[in-house]
Design a protein. Structure first.
Length: 127
């Protein structure tokens, strides 16, 4: 009887861990959704903003210190190193939605094509 109780406790703990692992996995999946050039452009344009400023958007305050600053941009680049990877950007260059090498990550102005305008943004926010 004691064994049976212990088994149930072990199973219960196992289910708890499985749920926790799933939650963590879903959270990890959610994070890279913001790893785009478009996000970095928005972040850069909001630099200097605090709550109440016209360009303030809490999603760009990655370190949650109530100011969007170069520290947030640096943190973004550490978390999302691919966005400013020139070799990867080059591989996606000159593509449009539907092309096998089109990658929305490098569509810095989100107009469905990766061209000189995106290259210009790349230079501006990744340089
Ligand atoms: Ca901040
Ligand atoms: Ca574009």
């Amino acid at each position: 009887m004691a064994n049976k109780g212990a088994n149930i406790a072990v199973i219960g703990a196992g289910i708890g861990l499985a749920i926790l692992a799933t939650v963590l996995l879903l959270r990890q999946k959610a994070a890279p959704a913001q790893c785009t050039g478009f996000f970095l452009v928005g972040l850069n344009e909001a630099i200097g903003s605090r709550p109440g400023y016209p360009k303030w958007d809490a999603k760009y305050d990655i370190d949650k210190d109530n100011v969007i600053s170069a520290a947030d941009a640096a943190l973004f680049r550490t978390t999302c190193p691919d966005v400013c990877d020139f070799a990867k950007f080059s591989a996606a260059y000159d593509s449009v939605i539907g092309d096998p090498n089109y990658d929305p990550k490098y569509d810095f102005n989100m107009d469905g094509r990766i061209d000189y305008e995106d290259f210009s943004w790349f230079g501006e926010v990744c340089g």
